[in-house]
Design a protein around this ligand. Structure first.
Ligand SMILES: [Fe+2]
Length: 263
């Protein structure tokens, strides 16, 4: 593994610190890291402009109070440059402490999200994908709300509380402000988080999903949930099945049994 470039880190939190306990269903001990990225500003601007042009036709608000383009690299091919950027994958893998690879499902690999008082903001949820990089493409100035909020505790007890309408106390949350030029890499499988509702302003974000090369089976994307995001397209079902046979099952069989949760 290459040496970690620690320059430009604004936040770095372990998974255990987020959850308040150890976990077994994980790809590494990464919680989240926010860092200054070095991605080509022209490339990000092209992606932003194309996303805005596609918004009317391709962005949907299906659930979780979020307006987004799923499988955005299918419509904005420039996103593929970032998805497969070797230097980027090396750096993210170093942050994670394990080799990461692009998430393979075409409908889930990349997303562009639009957040504003009218477009919504993503409600409390725990991710299906193991690891996510959030790259802000634009953030209005001023903006009120829009921070990433992570519940400092387990997903299940936290989600049960918000589901019955309880407000989580700010003392139980880690709040991270997004900044253009800074990415946030989160290992949010089993970690409860949301975007703080936007009262004013807007943010457009490129979301690139990743998984572990060694443990590709660590994945909570459930089929009904993928269907909720992608009910206009069913090809992903076959893609997913092929990935299970070709990648997930061999990795699971060769993984140390003691490191795999109960069967
Ligand atoms: Fe999320």
């Amino acid at each position: 593994m290459e040496r970690i470039n620690l320059q430009g880190i604004r936040h770095s939190v372990s998974r255990e610190a987020l959850l308040g306990h150890e976990s077994a269903w994980k790809v590494s001990d990464l919680g989240l890291v926010q860092f200054k990225h070095d991605y080509d500003p022209q490339l990000l601007e092209t992606i932003r402009r194309k996303a805005i042009a596609l918004k009317e036709e391709r962005a949907f608000q299906k659930h979780l109070n979020l307006t987004f383009i799923t499988g955005a690299d299918r419509f904005i091919p420039e996103i593929n440059e970032l998805i497969h950027d070797r230097a980027r994958l090396d750096r993210l893998s170093a942050f994670a402490g394990t080799r990461l690879e692009p998430y393979p499902l075409s409908v889930v690999g990349s997303t562009v999200t639009f957040m504003s008082p009218t477009d919504g903001n993503v409600d409390w949820h725990c991710d299906g994908v193991p690891v996510t990089e959030l790259i802000p493409l634009s953030i209005s100035d001023p903006i009120i709300g829009g921070e990433l909020e992570v519940f400092l505790g387990g997903c299940e007890p936290g989600k049960a509380r918000v589901d019955r309408g309880e407000e989580l106390d700010p003392s139980e949350l880690l709040r991270v402000k997004h900044m253009v030029g800074h990415s946030t890499l989160g290992h949010f499988i089993g970690v409860l988080h949301r975007t703080k509702p936007l009262e004013y302003g807007e943010r457009i974000t490129l979301v690139l999903n990743l998984r572990s090369v060694e443990r590709p089976f660590v994945d909570d994307n459930r089929m009904f949930y993928l269907a909720a995001d992608n009910d206009h397209d069913q090809a992903w079902v076959q893609e997913m099945a092929e990935d299970v046979w070709a990648n997930q099952l061999p990795a699971y069989r060769s993984a140390g049994r003691e490191s795999v949760p109960a069967e």
